[in-house]
Design a protein around this ligand. Structure first.
Ligand code: CA
Length: 324
């Protein structure tokens, strides 16, 4: 397919609110999602994991101690590796947990200028609640914001007895998201799972293949093989786009200058949309001079079709200025 006739690429780049407006409010809270919608996001992201009673909830990691008070609230409920896994708790138990800004293993805030520790009761949100929240805001605000939904660690979830992909696809279908024309992107790092969702589960949603590094051990997928012309041809057989890390598309050199890599060209040549992650004004790619030049490089040189950002407002202003 010629890139010129790919409808996924004929529109203005889309702004994907990465875990919500997470630069300003704790990630995956409804407050962060509302702010993102108000700031002009085209899509808000859901990372999904499953509870002990099979309920899909919106949170980034399969364990919860980095973004909630679960360790203090449920002492003795960690596994041998020290983690409090969402799948070991019922939704009723998780309703008592309070989310906060992300902290590292030592308990220090990962982003030091973001939302401070507080007495605000940010709760755990189910996928159903989040869908109803976005659909409700779309109606009340006259918008058409889409969902950008990721299933986390599907192979691990199946090993724990939960078919997360089937659960999430069924819930999306229940809320009216069934076809490519519907306002949802379904994303996953696991290529086998996306192929299964397309071929065995017969999903017709827009799919985005997330691309990591093999060292991250996100899935059994070989990302080195994927980041080739041949790899992009394979991805194009089941997905509509790719979600690479920004530095897999372009690297900034120490002391100035940059290198645009071949991945973007290979992807576009196969008709794949490119939605890299993650733009953060408080954590730029290595050696990048400033947020504005990162955005200019991505939109004008790599010609990405969308961008995951923690700062929806910054990207919205950049794109508005670019249109003028
Ligand atoms: Ca994600």
């Amino acid at each position: 397919m010629s890139p010129d006739v790919n409808c996924a690429r004929s529109h203005a780049p889309i702004i994907i609110a990465h875990r919500g407006a997470s630069g300003y409010l704790p990630e995956h809270t409804l407050a962060a999602k509302a702010l993102a919608v108000g700031m002009g996001a085209d899509y808000v992201e859901q990372d999904v994991v499953i509870t002990r009673d099979g309920v899909p909830i919106v949170t980034h990691d399969i364990y919860l101690e980095d973004v909630t008070d679960i360790a203090a609230r449920f002492p003795g409920r960690a596994r041998a590796d020290g983690h409090h896994y969402a799948i070991d708790f019922t939704l009723a138990e998780l309703r008592t947990v309070i989310r906060h800004e992300r902290v590292d293993d030592a308990g220090h805030e990962v982003f030091r200028d973001r939302f401070p520790p507080s007495g605000v009761h940010f709760g755990i949100v189910t996928l159903a609640e989040e869908i109803e929240f976005v659909q409700g805001l779309n109606r009340s605000a006259g918008k058409n914001v889409g969902l950008y939904t990721e299933v986390k660690y599907p192979a691990w979830h199946r090993g724990e007895g939960q078919d997360i992909t089937r659960i999430v696809l069924d819930m999306l279908a229940h809320y009216g998201y069934r076809r490519r024309a519907d306002e949802v992107y379904f994303q996953c790092f696991d290529a086998l799972e996306l192929k299964r969702a397309r071929q065995e589960l017969r999903s017709d949603l827009k799919f985005v293949q997330l691309i990591g590094e093999n060292a991250w051990k996100e899935s059994s997928t070989d990302y080195d093989a994927m980041r080739t012309d041949h790899g992009m041809a394979d991805v194009a057989t089941y997905a509509d786009g790719i979600g690479p890390e920004i530095t897999q598309l372009v690297e900034w050199r120490p002391g100035g200058g940059l290198v645009v890599k071949d991945l973007g060209r290979w992807a576009h040549a196969r008709g794949l949309a490119i939605h890299p992650y993650t733009h953060r004004v408080d954590s730029l790619p290595a050696n990048a001079p400033d947020s504005g030049s990162v955005l200019a490089t991505l939109f004008d040189q790599v010609r990405v079709d969308g961008l995951f950002t923690d700062f929806t407002d910054v990207v919205a202003r950049h794109l508005a200025a670019r249109r003028r």
